[in-house]
Design a protein around this ligand. Structure first.
Ligand code: LLP
Length: 426
């Protein structure tokens, strides 16, 4: 991503030196480029110029209020999956009609809150949810606009934990059940089911699964129309991948061609739900090296960021590139290194078997492509407070989430009085 580059040997996010941010906020921290996010969004819009298309940013990828707000200002809607994300989206200024609510397990309270807010669409993932949504909407005297998430039985060919479109899957309903559910919806009050949605998986670089999936969507759209149902909107999901190894992200023009070839002539409004593609390579996680030590065959670089801050490497075997914030001396010998954190688990690593000059204690390292599914998936395991997030725009930066304190984390907990009564208690 050209917004994250070296200038005079020092890593910059846009025009701000990462070093300067570290001095002010401490480490570890996440840092995002507003310009890079905006540019990606605009490229997406351009790819579908002339098409009746809406982009619903999947806020699960990075739900910081500032990030949502910058995309909302650019014109994006959002895809949410919880009542918490609904509150965030509204707080960030996303107009309710530009919100799409997905997810297999929406509660009555969440459906009710979203109906109160007047969101644009619910992507319903089961017959039982359809009934509940109709009931809640009828009770409130409103109409829910809904789409049915169908499962096309297409393997997205990505990591097993992020593929969602195969047949036996908790997401959506088997596409063959769509006619039955549309028939049922037609008899319910409070709901208008006029859309189909799908999302086959995440981090797709080979786009051919989209073609197969969208062809199935096309087939079902025609079949439902033939049975007298109105389908005026297709939500094509997210999933476009980025080049974690430094190669190019998924090709937007090729993707747009697949969309045009498969569902372009159906006269439907189209919705897209990109997450990672918009924010993934616009962010870095910055960490400070604490110690280094030689192992049997490689070096261990022990840093202050850990699996609780970035879980992707250990959860998905994801490989994120690691670069020094101050460019290493080109003559320094390159060694095989594991970048690990202080957590008491051998699964606590950020990068394994990467070849780099062994840094010194105190050096800063940047973990690239950490803008998506980074800060949002962090935990406080080992009582490590959540780290700050920083947003850069041109030559300015702001802390858009401050560092949590240990006291704040502990404030949620209490020791019950009756514990003192236990045998052997104080
Ligand atoms: N729409 C739906 C219904 C989804 O479930 C997802 C992601 C998206 C859109 C956005 O997908 P994207 O464009 O970001 O690929 N934590 C994993 C990724 C989980 C994706 C979950 N669903 C990771 O770090 O790779």
């Amino acid at each position: 991503m050209s917004s994250i580059t070296y200038r005079g040997g020092s890593l910059h996010v846009e025009q701000v030196a990462v070093d300067d941010i570290a001095r002010e906020v401490g480490t570890p921290f996440y840092c995002y480029s507003a310009g890079a996010i905006r540019a990606r969004y605009e490229a997406f819009v351009r790819a579908f110029a002339g098409v009746d298309a809406s982009i619903y940013y999947a806020v699960k990828a990075n739900s910081n209020l500032a990030v949502i707000s910058l995309l909302a200002d650019a014109g994006a809607g959002v895809d949410i999956v919880s009542g918490g994300e609904l509150t965030r989206a509204l707080r960030a200024g996303v107009p309710a009609e530009r919100i799409v609510f997905a997810g297999v397990g929406k509660t009555r309270d969440e459906l009710s809150a979203a109906l109160h807010a007047g969101i644009g669409q619910f992507n319903v993932e089961s017959g039982a949810e359809l009934e509940l949504l109709a009931e809640v909407a009828t009770g409130l005297g409103v109409t829910a606009y809904a789409g049915l998430r169908v499962n096309p039985d297409v393997d997205a060919g990505t990591h097993a934990k992020i593929t969602t479109g195969t047949r036996e899957n908790k997401f959506g309903v088997d596409i063959a059940r769509a006619p039955e559910l549309f028939d049922r919806a037609a008899t319910l009050s409070g709901i208008r089911l006029e859309s189909l949605s799908m999302h086959i998986g995440s981090q797709l670089l080979d786009l051919s699964p989209y073609r197969s999936a969208y062809l199935r969507l096309r087939e079902m759209t025609c079949m439902l129309r033939g049975a007298g149902h109105r389908i005026d909107h297709l939500d094509l999901g997210g999933g476009l991948g980025i080049g974690y190894d430094g190669t190019m992200p998924a090709a937007l023009d090729a993707y747009a061609r697949i969309v045009a070839d498969t569902v372009g002539d159906l006269g439907c409004r189209l919705g897209f739900e990109p997450g990672r593609f918009l924010v993934g390579d616009a962010g870095v996680l910055v960490t400070r090296v604490l110690f280094t030590k030689p192992g049997a065959d490689k070096w261990f670089v022990i840093a202050d960021a850990a699996m609780n801050d970035l879980i992707r490497p250990t959860l998905y075997e994801a490989r994120h590139r690691v670069v020094p914030v101050t460019r290493a001396d080109a003559r320094a010998p390159v060694r095989r290194c594991d970048l690990v954190g202080p957590i008491c688990e051998s699964g606590d690593y950020i990068a394994r078997d990467c070849d780099m000059a062994v840094p010194d204690g105190g050096d800063l390292l940047a973990i690239l492509d950490a803008g998506a599914y980074g800060a949002v998936m962090a935990s406080t395991y080992n009582t490590r407070p959540l780290v700050p997030e920083v947003l850069v725009k041109a030559n300015r930066f702001a802390v858009v989430r401050r560092r949590q304190t240990v006291e704040e984390a502990l404030a949620l907990e209490r020791v019950p009085d009756w514990l003192a009564d236990r045998p052997g208690g104080p």
